[in-house]
Design a protein around this ligand. Structure first.
Ligand SMILES: Nc1ncnc2c1ncn2[C@@H]1O[C@H](COP(=O)(O)OP(=O)(O)O)[C@@H](O)[C@H]1O
Ligand SMILES: [Mg+2]
Length: 235
C-alpha cells in the first residue's frame, strides 16, 4: 500500500489513518495535545501505524513533526490524550521505560556518535540501560555480521567513518536494544546524496525483513517512496 497526501489542506483524518493502518494498530495516538513547558504545539493529534508499517511525516519547518516523535518517546509535556503500543497505554512512561519495556527507540539526529570512541564502543553505548550486558554484546555481533561497513571499522575510532557510515552507526546503536518501533528524525539530513539511498535501503530492510515499525520525518519523501515501496504511507 502506498499513499501520499499533501500536508496542506489534505492531511488525512483519523478515519483515513485507521484505514491505512488496516488492522491492529501497533502505535496509536489519540487526541494528543502536547508541547514544551506550557506551550502547546500539538492539538488533538491522532495517528495509527501498524506493525512493520512505515509512516513518513512531511510538512514545513516548525510544523511540529519532531514534536510528534518527541511526544511518542517522552520528551514533551503531554497535556491530554493517549499514546498506546499494541493497545497498552504508555502515555506517561519515561524514555528509558519506553526503550526498555515497550521497544521504542529514538534515533538521534546527526552528529551523535562519539568520535574518539571505537565503532564497537559506540555501538555498545546503545545498550547502556540493559541489565544484561551479554545481550548487548550478542546484538552488537549480529549487527557487525549484517553490516560489513561497520565490521571493517570495528576497532577504529568513529571519527574515521564517512557520513553515511556514521548514520548507519547511529541507526545500529538504536538496534542494540532490539526495539520494535523506530522513531527516525530526518535521517538524510546533512548526508551527501550518494549516502541517502543507502540509509533509506537500510530502513527498508529493517521494515521488510526485521518487521520494525518505522515512524520517520523526512523531507526527501519521494525518494523514500522509491526505496520503501511496499506497505508504506506518506503524509
Ligand atoms: N525544545 C523546545 N522547546 C520549546 N519549543 C520548541 C522546542 N522544540 C521545538 N519547539 C517549537 O515547537 C514548534 C514545532 O517544532 P518542531 O516539532 O521542531 O517542528 P518540525 O520538526 O516540524 O520542523 C516550533 O514552533 C518550535 O519552535
Ligand atoms: Mg524537526
Amino acid at each position: 500500500m502506498s499513499n501520499q497526501y499533501e500536508v496542506l489542506g489534505k492531511a488525512p483524518g483519523p478515519e483515513e489513518l485507521k484505514k491505512l493502518a488496516s488492522g491492529d494498530s501497533h502505535v496509536t495516538i489519540k487526541k494528543l495535545s502536547a508541547g514544551y513547558g506550557k506551550m502547546e504545539i500539538l492539538h488533538d493529534f491522532d495517528l495509527f501505524v501498524n506493525k512493520a508499517q512505515s509512516l513518513c511525516l512531511i510538512g514545513p519547518n516548525g510544523a511540529g513533526k519532531s514534536t510528534i516523535l518527541h511526544s511518542i518517546y517522552g520528551f514533551t509535556n503531554i497535556f491530554s490524550g493517549q499514546i498506546e503500543i499494541e493497545g497498552k497505554e504508555i502515555t506517561n512512561l519515561t524514555p528509558a521505560e519506553k526503550l526498555k519495556s515497550c521497544g521504542i527507540a529514538y534515533i538521534l539526529q546527526d552528529n551523535s556518535v562519539f568520535p574518539d570512541m571505537t565503532v564497537e564502543e559506540n555501538l555498545l553505548m546503545g545498550g547502556f540501560i540493559k541489565e544484561n550486558t551479554d545481550e548487548s554484546y550478542q546484538e552488537a555481533e549480529r549487527i557487525f555480521e549484517k553490516y560489513e561497513r561497520l565490521r571493517n571499522r570495528r576497532n577504529q575510532p568513529a571519527k574515521v567513518l564517512s557520513g553515511g557510515e556514521r548514520r548507519l552507526l547511529e541507526i545500529s546503536r538504536a538496534l542494540v536494544m532490539k526495539p520494535s518501533v523506530l522513531l527516525v528524525d530526518e535521517p538524510s539530513i546533512g548526508l551527501e546524496p550518494r549516502y541517502i539511498d543507502m540509509v533509506f535501503e537500510i530502513l527498508r530492510d529493517l521494515q521488510e525483513n526485521e518487521k520494525k515499525t518505522i515512524i520517520l520525518v523526512e523531507q526527501n519523501a519521494n525518494r523514500i517512496r522509491i526505496s520503501i515501496r511496499s506497505n508504506s504511507n506518506c503524509w
